[in-house]
Design a binder for this molecule. Sequence first.
Ligand code: OAD
Length: 240
Amino acid sequence: MSDIKSVRQVLQAADNVLVVTGAGVSAESGIPTFRGDGGYWRGHKAEELASPRGFQENPRLVWDWYLERRRLVAEAKPNEAHVALAEWSKRRSGTNLVTQNVDGLHARAGHEEVVEIHGSLWKNHCRSCGYRHTAEERHYPVLPSCPVCQNLLGPGVVWFGEKIGFDAIHRTNLAFCEARAILVVGTSGLVSPIADFLHRERRRFPQTPVIEVNPGESAVPSTLRLTGTAAELLPQILSP
Ligand code: OAD
């Protein structure tokens, strides 16, 4: 196991650091991860609910899942990990943050530039005409329809089987190209495109350190690993 001191040294020596976060960074805010305990909702796997097919088959069920998550996230607060990352990014130049999370907690902690590669829980999206808008509703007695084409609106998150938006992919690609060190926090490393970006980076730039913070096992191809939680470790790694 790598120690905190050497991780701090690696980050300080890098001109540019890319931080990649997943569900684990929000776990200590009370938001359940996808694949750990509590990774099922009413007996359904995330992959079944977060898909165009799941929505087609049962839009009410899928919306209820997302509305419950909106309510949960609205009541949650950013934790010490979100705050440590936000403060660190303001203090030093040359940082990028790409999150797979849709909860908006990095922004609520004051993080200024966040690439939300899987979209946002706080947007609605019409898969028929492409219309999107910010949405804060936590209950839909009647499911919302698109003001442009009248088809059913879905949540503004990227589902399994859907393409990531061009802007998010472009910004992620750029962030990987610029990175001289990568800090990966709280992701199982199993889901594309982040899993692919990480493996491609290891192959193409084997000298770039990939530091991982995770209390459990993962598929992240890390070169340095700290076993522990995000809220416990990030304040120690990123403090001035
Ligand atoms: P997962 O649920 O797959 O993995 C969460 C990771 O966080 C696991 O490796 C845990 O060990 C770790 N973890 C748990 N508690 C932690 C803590 N307190 N601090 C740090 N790490 C902790 O979540 P993701 O990898 O983010 O996509 O999942 C990726 C994508 O799969 C999600 O964005 C979502 C999901 O289906 C879509 O909805 C499209």
